[in-house]
Write a protein that binds this ligand. Sequence first.
Ligand code: GLN
Length: 489
Amino acid sequence: MSAAPLHSRGLAALASGLAQREFSSVELTRHLLGRLEAAQPQLNAMVSITGEAALAAAARADGAIASGRAGPLTGVPIVHKDIFCTEGVRTTCGSRMLDNFVSPYDATVVANLKAAGTVMLGKANMDEFAMGSSNETSWFGPVKNPWNTAMVPGGSSGGSAAVVAARLAPAATATDTGGSIRQPAALTGITGLKPTYGRVSRYGMIAFASSLDQAGVLAASAEDCALLLGAMAGFDPRDSTSVDQPVPDYAAALATPAKGLRIGLVKEFFDQGLDAENERQLRAAFAVYEKLGATLVDVSLPNVGLSVPTYYVVAPAECSSNLARFDGVRFGHRCDQPRDLLDLYKRSRGEGFGAEVKRRIMTGTYVLSAGYYDAYYLKAQRVRQLISADFVRAFEHVDVLAGPTSPTPAFPLGAKTSDPITMYLNDIYTIGANLAGVPALSIPCGFVHDLPVGLQLVGPHFSEAKLLAAAHAFQQETDWHARVPAVWQ
Ligand code: GLN
């Protein structure tokens, strides 16, 4: 038996250790629950830790392993972002609005991962309704970055990312509407994949902006992401935008070498706003790919500079519609002693939503209003088409696109909370992939001032296997993804 502590092993290593009965799922689950509880005062990464249910599930998994009924992920503990509905366990979406909401059913992602034998340790903290880039909009307080607790972990999947970065769980589910998987992955030094729109079911995932929302994974390595994605992806008749395409064996595809891979360096991503030190790390990463036999090609996405304004019309428009259901009647927090129906709506929504969510609902309602629909919403939809077409054209020449995930490493808590526009610019490199519906991932590629830096790879629709293989090839050559903050080792 290897001497490495259980928490330092990745998902793939834990799965094989369980299968070989090196340790039990109960033993592993108990160990990680202890770490999650102990880390909570420092990191605030979790909204709920479901210890009792986790130990019961772990015992069942051990039974399945003992009787030879185990699958590849049986007994592996994971954490779910608190945006996924979990039967019998509170799902808050980081909001006071859903503080006491207990879903009567599991999201498809949760059901699929349950069926694959994973053990849920609890639900991760997140920005309210997934709106944010720093995890500071959560009703449950900010999550801290495990590399430096004065810094943000990124958002909106900051809790999921912090849990993996501090090795409190080997992997976590997350969602990405404009960067919420990739940006926190970059800021906490882990691997995060946003799949193609339609690859993973959105059923039971609380909607923010339905044409952009996509569920994905966070883990230490591409290999671990491949395992988890394989178990959660697939066609779901309950999601009308789910695509009926077979799920490839992502783990088997990892062996594809990077030799001959044509990597497009997106010119617009290096023009301005990118931290110089950050850029140096990225250039070093490109050199690693060249050494592996990949070719670097300069490409342009001429309209990608319009991504942020386009997103901040489309996403608020969709959110204003999606969040209309939280009215204190059908769903959500209800105010005390309403005088009449209007008072009930006003006070329930006024009390239940935080400032950022209200800002988006108001922006969205405005851009959809009769007088402004054409000028803002329709225009944004047209620009979205131009941005999507840029990606299609680029993929005629290259296999994947490469660039930064985020303009800077993690920033201090509170540094950007009073200036929404500065906060929105965090997603300048990630939003394009959501607007185009293409898959993208972030892998750690170095450090700046002792904080991790992420490299983003973007591929054509349904190229997850190719992206994961490209990331895996890099991770075979480097050990950035294996670095863990000293206090969490
Ligand atoms: N930071 C972006 C926003 O606030 C993206 C969020 C997300 O991907 N869920 O909208």
